[in-house]
Design a protein around this ligand. Structure first.
Ligand code: ADE
Length: 232
């Protein structure tokens, strides 16, 4: 997979992509991530990428020109067609199903906004998929780009050391993950549930499934409902 991130702050996202699982996935050739600075496509000597909104009002708006030029240049650089993604609190809510969908694409092009918002013609002309990572407003799309890339890359085959480990996690089956324990068996008076030490794999599986269901019902009854009563 190839991922391009278009941002005004590559220095904010590059260290993240150079760490942990995302870095390892790049080192093993599973994904290649490249950041492009939108400001490099500014047309004037002030390197402007934003301007005041027509009609007045607070803040600045991201201009069309530099962003269109950046998208077109980056897309020309490599022939694989890209799924364009724009990060904005106005987008559809990002979730595990969307992460899975994006993990199936060959190429993602992620646009991070800043300032008060995007000139509407960016939506109109580039027709990106608009994605929000939650109902709160960030100062820019960069933290959202890190969230999206992380959630997608860890689903790529081979990205996690153990291929199975993405299957048992929270959300992967519509349930939250069961409680996990590691050494020591007893810590400050808190014990590991004996079933996990029993060696009886069928019983362990059953216990984990029950705990997952209980936990989902307690904490996220909305998820539980979605799983048991799928909306047609
Ligand atoms: N940019 C600003 N806020 C955002 C959010 N909640 N999700 C995605 N991009 C954003």
């Amino acid at each position: 997979m190839r991922i391009d991130v278009l941002t005004l702050f590559p220095e904010a996202v590059e260290p993240f992509f150079a760490s942990s699982i995302v870095a390892r996935a790049q080192a093993s050739g599973i994904v290649s991530i490249r950041c492009t600075n939108i400001r490099d496509f500014a047309a004037d000597r002030h390197r402007s990428v934003d301007d005041r909104p027509f009609g007045g009002g607070p803040g600045m708006v991201m201009m069309c020109g530099p962003l269109f030029d950046a998208v077109e240049k980056v897309e020309r650089d490599e022939p694989t067609p890209a799924t364009r993604i724009m990060l904005t609190p106005q987008g559809e809510r990002f979730d595990q199903a969307t992460a899975r969908e994006f993990a199936g694409r060959d190429r993602l092009l992620i646009i991070c906004g800043h300032y008060e918002g995007f000139d509407e013609r960016i939506r109109q002309g580039l027709r990106p998929r608009e994605i929000s990572i939650g109902d709160y407003v960030l100062s820019g799309g960069e933290p959202a780009a890190m969230v999206l890339v992380d959630a997608v890359v860890r689903l790529l085959p081979g990205a996690l050391g153990d291929d199975q480990s993405a299957d048992n996690e929270s959300f992967s089956n519509g349930l939250l993950e069961y409680p996990q324990y590691t050494r020591p068996r007893e810590f400050r008076g808190m014990e590991v549930p004996p079933v996990l030490l029993s060696g009886d794999h069928a019983r362990i599986e059953r216990w984990r499934r029950e705990e997952s269901i209980r936990r989902t019902g307690d904490r996220r009854p909305d998820l539980w409902k979605e799983t048991t009563e799928p909306s047609s």
